[in-house]
Ligand binder design. Structure first.
Ligand code: F6P
Ligand code: MN
Length: 321
């Protein structure tokens, strides 16, 4: 079976980019191992806790961040990193060519209940810029050289693109290699499944309220289909379901906080997931424009997200026209 490294080589992906990807994957294997040990690793829980020796344990999302940070800083091709867990960018190597941006443990509230979490990553060119300043990182998603996620579920999966379609790999627990298990995955254009946190309904804009009302209306409603609903509350898992069997995922604009035009983060959630979805033939939008066309203003900026099966996303967007 083909390993991820073999596939990247066959696709003639720049060997330097491959080593940046490798560094992310090394860290993700460690994270996968810690998650599998579960409570035995003594680091579960979403708050800092004391272990039996009375030592304060770090949260698993902090540990995951540190693992990624340490491995990436040691990787000569990496110029700098930015992470959900870091307030500011972290410069790495002077001659590095890449910026690696990541959400070390997406959906981390799922850890306590032994449900799927993931690592999301996005790789941008550094273009010789100063990797200690935020400005160097503020590039649109169209500049991404690679994007993907590692999903820690019943098996550990890597879903990745370098701009040549989307491939899915499974971590072989024996060889510790990611092997290709689904080549050139595509998203079916029309489906009958949606994912949204319905508890925010009253805060959505009117077009979103109208669209979801029609989704709920079923066969006799305007859309003429009975829709099913799913919500894992980990973007990695919800997007993975969509890559696998189609559907529409939404974390739309809502009125709860004027400073937050959505919940999800542009640079390490919206952009990498949008690159995957577009590469798989799906569509991704803020509701007004393609997510990857948004010019970032800050590393931690939030963005409304509507993504998935092309025809379903087009239908959702038609409500605001
Ligand atoms: O990273 C943010 C996140 O945990 C996503 O993974 C997930 O899609 C979303 O938030 C869940 O939001 P909520 O808690 O509103 O269901
Ligand atoms: Mn997240």
């Amino acid at each position: 079976m083909q390993t991820v490294q073999q596939l990247l080589q066959n696709n003639n992906v720049d060997t330097k980019l491959v080593s940046a990807i490798d560094a992310v994957l090394e860290a993700s294997k460690e994270i996968s191992f810690l998650l599998q040990k579960g409570a035995m690793s003594g680091i579960l829980g979403s708050a800092e806790q004391e272990n039996v020796q009375g030592e304060t344990q770090k949260k698993l999302d902090v540990i995951s961040n540190d693992l990624l940070k340490d491995i990436l800083k040691d990787c000569p091709v990496v110029a700098g990193i930015a992470s959900e867990e870091e307030d500011f960018p972290v410069p790495a190597n002077k001659d590095g060519e890449f910026l690696v941006i990541f959400d070390p443990l997406d959906g981390s509230s799922n850890i306590d209940i032994n449900v799927t979490v993931g690592t999301i990553f996005s790789i941008l060119p550094s273009n010789g810029g100063d990797a200690s300043v935020e400005k160097t990182y503020l590039q649109s998603g169209r500049n991404q050289l690679a994007a993907g996620y590692v999903l820690y579920g019943p098996s550990t999966l890597l879903v990745m693109t370098t701009g040549q379609g989307v491939d899915i790999f499974t971590l072989d627990p024996e060889t510790k290699e990611f092997v290709l298990t689904d080549a050139q995955s595509t998203i079916t254009p029309a489906t009958q499944e949606f994912a949204i946190n319905m508890s925010n309904q009253r805060f959505w804009a009117e077009p979103m309220q109208n669209y979801v009302a029609d989704l709920l209306a079923g066969e006799t409603g305007k859309l003429g289909k009975r829709y099913n609903m799913r919500w894992v509350a980990a973007m990695v898992a919800d997007v993975h379901r969509i890559i696998h069997r189609g559907g529409i995922f939404m974390y739309p604009w809502d009125s709860r906080d004027a400073k937050k035009p959505g919940k999800l983060r542009l640079m390490y959630e919206g952009n990498p997931m949008s690159m995957l979805v577009e590469q798989a033939g799906g569509m991704s939008s803020t509701g007004e424009m393609a997510i990857m066309d948004v010019q970032p203003e800050t590393i931690h900026q939030r963005v409304p997200v509507i993504l998935g099966s092309k025809e379903e996303v087009e239908m959702a967007l038609s409500y605001s026209k």
